[in-house]
Write a protein that binds this ligand. Structure first.
Ligand SMILES: Nc1ncnc2c1ncn2[C@@H]1O[C@H](COP(=O)(O)OP(=O)(O)OP(=O)(O)O)[C@@H](O)[C@H]1O
Ligand SMILES: [Mg+2]
Length: 416
């Protein structure tokens, strides 16, 4: 690699219900991603993954981006941004085209993907992703890259993801109000899957479950490609509100108690000293045990995993996930949650931590950063071969101040 190689940067923005995480990654000479900037800020402007208050969301994004810029000593101009919410819909579709010159070219592949995406979708929805699952050439199934193959009939099986236009527009608005360009909107579960799943797991059959503050995002892989995605509106915030109601304590105390003493399985809790729970208004502080707290938390987690199981059965995929389930997202840090998931789902469950990045240990140790890391990996995969100095940022003090980096892509047009 040349000594004069210009650094290449990637930027990700995970706008979650609990926090915004901004990450700046540098592509090393070996092609790996090294995180050079990280900024997080709590959010109050989202509900169940969707922007409900522009001002609050803008403020959180600004704070997270500024902190990441400070750490990386740069200015960010564009980012890959995650999107989720119960407005997200997904379906599998098939397209067929004749092969024009008997040998498949990139144009034939584009044409067959377009044919597969020609579906009637509701007027308020827009296509976010069209992910090829496999190609079929003259009846021969299971082809991953058909370019150069001979044949007369090309078929593509794809997984399509759509989202409401308004949810995407509000997210765009918030990011752009911070002076940033949205390089690409990416479904959060696809990003998280990129960060935590191994190629072997995707091949064997695996279900990724990312449980955040507002939503539980599911992505199922089999035979190396995505088969199903879904969003369940039960996550950490509901556990917190259960605690607040059960112990009659304000939400911020309930959240703090959950993180400090919480456990999803009462059987795992050792009998230890009680802790204080502040009351609401004039009501006095009480003493509670971890056992009582776990008894309150367990039913909500159980409900959530039952929904996950139901969703897998509904999509006819429960029998196909031989690799089991990978849990990620902030809630995956709850003691006992993996064991409870195994009990309810009756498959092997492992914790999914972000892989394939270096630079900041805190990131590789926390499942709450899976989406942010996945967005960086997604951005790396999308960049044009041989491009340098992109990534939507500039070093402070560079002479190229003011240059707008980053390709602006139509979010609704791009494929994976
Ligand atoms: N150490 C911990 N133990 C248990 N729960 C935790 C811990 N840390 C964070 N959480 C919970 O994880 C949730 C936040 O997770 P995460 O940061 O993945 O959410 P998010 O990405 O902002 O939200 P979403 O993806 O749903 O929009 C909160 O409910 C929080 O209480
Ligand atoms: Mg999240």
């Amino acid at each position: 690699m040349s000594k004069n190689r210009k650094p290449e940067y990637l930027v990700s923005l995970d706008v979650g219900t609990s926090k915004v995480a901004a990450m700046i990654g540098e592509i090393t000479a070996t092609g790996a991603v090294q995180i050079v900037g990280l900024g997080t800020a709590p959010t109050r402007g989202l509900k169940k993954g969707v922007v409900v208050n522009i001002e609050n969301t803008v403020e959180s994004i600004r704070r997270a981006v500024e902190a990441a810029e400070l750490m990386a000593n740069c200015r960010v101009r564009a980012a890959h941004v995650g999107i989720t919410g119960t407005h997200i819909r997904s379906l599998n579709s098939v397209g067929v085209v004749p092969i024009r010159h008997r040998e498949i070219t990139a144009r034939d592949v584009d044409a067959v993907i377009e044919a597969a995406s020609a579906m009637a979708i509701p007027a308020d929805q827009q296509i976010l992703h069209v992910v090829p699952q496999e190609y079929v050439v003259d009846g021969q199934e299971g082809i991953q890259d058909p370019i150069g193959m001979s044949g007369v009939r090309l078929e593509a099986k794809v997984h399509m993801v759509t989202g409401t236009l308004s949810a995407a527009q509000n997210l765009y608005k918030c990011v752009e109000r911070c002076g940033l360009t949205v390089e690409r909107l990416v479904l959060q579960h696809l990003a998280s899957a990129d960060a935590v799943l191994s190629p072997d797991e995707r091949d064997l059959g695996i279900c990724l479950v990312d449980i955040g503050g507002g939503t539980c995002d599911i992505a199922v892989y089999k035979g190396g490609s995505i088969r199903h995605t879904a969003v369940i509106p039960i996550a950490g915030d509901l556990v917190t509100s259960d605690i607040a109601v059960a112990f009659r304590t304000p939400a911020q105390h309930a959240e703090a108690i959950k993180i400090k003493y919480g456990c999803a399985l009462p059987e795992l809790v050792a009998h230890d000293a009680p802790f204080d729970v502040p009351g609401v208004g004039e009501s006095p502080t009480r003493h509670l045990s971890r056992q009582m707290l776990a008894e309150v938390m367990r039913p909500r987690f159980e409900e959530l995993f039952r929904y996950v199981r139901k969703e897998l059965h509904r999509a006819d995929l429960y029998e196909l996930i031989a690799g089991g389930v990978v849990l990620t997202g902030g809630v995956a840090q709850t003691p006992g949650v993996l064991e409870l998931a195994e009990e309810v789902l009756e498959v092997g469950v492992r914790l999914g931590l972000p892989q394939d990045v270096t630079g900041i240990d805190e990131v590789s140790r926390s499942p709450a950063y899976s989406t942010g890391v996945g967005l960086l990996l997604f951005a790396r995969q999308q960049r044009p071969v041989g491009s340098y100095g992109n990534g939507g940022m500039r070093r402070l003090g560079n002479s190229d101040a003011g240059q707008l980096f980053g390709r602006v892509k139509g979010w609704f047009k791009g494929n994976l």
